[in-house]
Design a protein around this ligand. Structure first.
Ligand SMILES: NC(=O)c1ccc[n+]([C@@H]2O[C@H](COP(=O)([O-])OP(=O)(O)OC[C@H]3O[C@@H](n4cnc5c(N)ncnc54)[C@H](OP(=O)(O)O)[C@@H]3O)[C@@H](O)[C@H]2O)c1
Length: 348
């Protein structure tokens, strides 16, 4: 069912949530119709991979395109493999840093690259750089004849004044800390191989995907439910509904180029953490305690280029807040993976 359907008032359960996160738009169906060949999703086992791969599956089916979609991860949780297979996604268990295992992966024309290391990067700097910088080089060598859409992050930008409306792709970069620096390293390596081997690449600088089980708005709601204070020093943020992120990411295959296209993906608003917390507190009927004072700058991106290329997000922030607070009231499942959006020193 393409996503011209109206959005539901509430999301009742995980099944309905996952259907919504993977519901393809007409534009995604057209993008999957235009794409030739199978697709491999490297790092499918995290927060984004499952619904992204399922959207690719549903869009390809809706377009009448026979396409194998293959999900690769270490699959620390084996149930996910069963679930993906039931959705028509083949799975391969693989430690991508293992040369033999990487070489044994099938060669396919379309690669989605999601594997990364963020949390725990402080104290494990070498492993962070291996995964975020060295591995992309190995992937480019293996998939030199493919097109690649790879995630990057808004963390490659410096903090900027909130009133500027977020960094654009051509702005100077200023990553802080090993995670952000290694993510810029990931971009540089993809760009190097794209230039030297002619690999079509699109780099998606994502700023905080959000759904009901994780994301910046969920972090705020959970703190309020637990009676914990909200630190507003990182006073502003951007976020995007994960279903909208998935749609833009799949459309990015049509824009992959050598040298790479680099595109910010996030929601259109510069959100005040304090105001978001107040809105969430009112809907949850819980008191909100903010601590600290808003610093003049924050980690913010401007995604106008993505909207020109792929269309605007369909789910608004207020819709996300209504869904999340309703989910929270009913003690809906969460992934227990805080975003740590309030970190200002780059230490994750
Ligand atoms: N989520 C966001 O809001 C956000 C924001 C900005 C950027 N991004 C970027 O978007 C991408 C996907 O995000 P995510 O939130 O889904 O990430 P995630 O939850 O950390 O998932 C990453 C996945 O990659 C797999 N992986 C990592 N190293 C691997 C290796 N050596 N071999 C095999 N699999 C490996 C992990 O496997 P295991 O499950 O086995 O550990 C996991 O399935 C990342 O590149 C991230 O930097 C995400």
């Amino acid at each position: 069912m393409p996503s011209c359907q109206p959005l539901p008032e509430t999301i009742e359960n995980v099944e309905q949530l996952e259907e919504l996160l993977s519901r393809p738009t007409p534009e995604v169906i057209a993008a999957m119709a235009a794409l030739e060949g199978d697709m491999i999703v490297l790092g499918i086992g995290g927060k984004i991979g499952p619904s992204l791969a399922r959207m690719a599956r549903r869009a390809s089916d809706a377009a009448g395109v026979r396409r194998r979609i293959i999900g690769v991860a270490r699959f620390s949780t084996p149930e996910l493999q069963t679930q993906l297979q039931a959705q028509g996604i083949d799975t391969i268990r693989c430690e991508l840093l293992d040369g033999e295992q990487l070489a044994a992966l099938p060669d396919v024309p379309n690669v989605l690259y999601l594997a990364a290391m963020k949390f725990g990067s402080t104290g494990q700097e070498a492993a962070t750089w291996a995964r975020n910088v060295y591995l992309p080089g190995r992937i480019c060598e293996k998939y030199r004849h493919s097109r690649i859409v790879a995630y990057s992050t808004g963390n490659v930008y410096p903090l900027t004044p909130a009133e500027r409306g977020g960094s654009v792709e051509s702005d100077p970069l200023g990553p802080v800390g090993d995670y952000a620096m290694s993510c810029l390293g990931r971009e540089r390596i993809f760009t190097y191989f794209s230039q030297t081997m002619g690999i079509p690449v699109a780099l998606v600088r994502l700023n905080y995907a959000c759904e009901l089980r994780y994301g910046v708005l969920v972090d705020v709601a959970q703190k309020i439910m637990a009676g914990e204070p909200i630190d507003v020093t990182m006073g502003y943020l951007n976020t995007i509904w994960q279903g909208d992120n998935n749609a833009m990411t799949l459309q990015a295959f049509g824009q992959a180029a050598s040298p790479p296209l680099t595109v910010n993906v996030t929601g259109p608003e510069t959100l005040s953490v304090r105001r978001v917390a107040q809105q969430i507190g009112e809907l949850l009927e819980r008191p909100v305690r903010c601590v600290g004072n808003e610093a003049p700058d924050a980690l913010l991106s401007n995604a106008n280029l993505a909207y020109r290329l792929f269309g605007r997000p369909r789910v608004s922030t207020s819709q996300m807040i209504r869904w999340i607070t309703d989910w929270c009231r009913r003690a809906g499942a969460t992934l227990n993976k805080a975003t740590h959006f309030d970190v200002r020193d780059g230490k994750f």
